[in-house]
Write a protein that binds this ligand. Structure first.
Ligand code: FMN
Length: 344
């Protein structure tokens, strides 16, 4: 039975942030169990890491590494915790998280609320990583005088407890953060992060709000600096037509309305990279067809967040099993074979 069907009306009666908190608390109470078994065809190796399924949990749900193993046990192939900043910070004033139910979307302007890297480090020390990959997404404190130094500190501090690290310069909710995507700053940042030599794969997460030439520029910078994968994409500051009353809230939009934008961005990154650097597709993925489309468009892995708010955490298992069916039906032996197989 889908227990989330019972839980959802209770959660949706609460404001979105309280519901999120209640969900994390409920997940902590779920007795430990083994993750579901997945077909061999879903296994893949990306950036030197082995994934049991290509379906991951996107950053922002488990910011403080409270339930990464619970999420792996529920069937996610990998879990990205964070964004964590060097020092704890409160984030933006509430309310800052809005469900747009009629649009199957969310708007958030959380602003990197988190307990800080030392707290996440301690929690991750206790994780076994036995059932999947746990990555750590790092960011800069809002009041930091040297944001690049914050990323360097994050990579260096968190690498012992992370299977991979994500440099997140694409959150729209920390003023000026996306400026790190500008050419000079990006080169400086990536060079500084690489110099740390942390020994773990490093991913770069980009925004879907792209200017002409951005995909080519990001791909070149990433390859030049030995970045291991690009995550496409974060939330959008654009506003496609929306029906919900919260449509005009400020912040990053995620979920169904982001899907065409994130898919288009992924295709542009695939075209710009020609498969030279792995891509991770995220934004509006809600079912196996969406995930399959993203893989065929060039994603080696996918991530999900907003659809889980509406469908519950069983979504990871359902998408993975649906992907295995797609593989069988279309004659691919593995996910790796299907990556980028769409005809342009
Ligand atoms: C409430 C909320 C908080 C988020 N926080 C973060 C974050 O801290 N760091 C980050 O890189 N992305 C964050 N994201 C973006 C997601 O990781 C993801 O890129 C985006 O939501 C698109 O995927 P989706 O449509 O499946 O949600 C957040 C998203 C939501 C909805």
């Amino acid at each position: 039975m889908n227990l989330y069907r019972l839980f959802r009306p209770l959660a949706f009666a609460l404001d979105a942030e309280t519901a999120h908190r209640a969900t994390i608390m409920a997940l902590k109470l779920v007795p430990k169990h083994h993750p579901p078994h997945f077909p061999q065809s879903l296994k893949s190796t990306v950036a030197g890491l082995e994934f049991a399924t290509p379906v991951g949990l996107a950053a922002g749900f488990d910011k403080d590494a409270e339930v990464p193993e619970e999420m792996l046990d529920l069937g996610f192939g990998f879990v990205e915790i964070g964004t964590v900043t060097p020092r704890p910070q409160k984030g933006n004033p509430k309310p800052r998280l809005f469900r747009l139910s009629r649009d199957r979307a969310v708007i958030n302007r959380m602003g990197f609320n988190n307990h800080g890297q030392p707290a996440a480090y301690q929690r991750l020390l206790e994780c076994t990583h036995l059932h999947g990959v746990i990555g750590v997404n790092v960011g800069a404190n809002k009041d930091s005088e040297d944001r690049i130094a914050d990323y360097v500190a994050g990579v260096s501090a968190m690498s012992p407890v992370a299977r991979y690290l994500t440099i997140n310069i694409s959150s729209p909710n920390t003023p000026g953060l996306r400026d790190l995507q500008d050419e000079g700053a990006l080169q400086e940042l990536l060079a500084a992060v690489r110099e740390v030599g942390c020994g773990k794969p490093i991913f770069l997460k980009v925004a879907p709000d792209l200017a002409e030439g951005d995909p080519e520029r990001f791909v070149k910078a990433a390859i030049d600096h030995g970045i291991d994968a690009l995550i496409v994409s974060n939330t959008t500051i654009s506003r496609p037509p929306l029906r919900s009353r919260h449509a005009h809230e400020q912040g990053g939009l995620s979920g169904a309305p982001l899907k065409p934008l994130a898919l288009d961005a992924l295709r542009k990154f695939r075209k710009a990279s020609g498969g030279e650097i792995p891509l991770i597709g995220v934004g509006g993925i809600a079912n196996a067809d969406d995930a399959w489309e993203r893989i065929r468009a060039g994603a080696s892995l996918v991530q999900v967040y907003t659809a889980m708010v509406y469908e519950g955490p069983g979504i990871a298992r359902r998408i993975a099993r649906g992907l295995a069916q797609h593989l069988r039906r279309e004659g691919f032996a593995s996910i790796g074979e299907a990556v980028g197989s769409e005809k342009s």
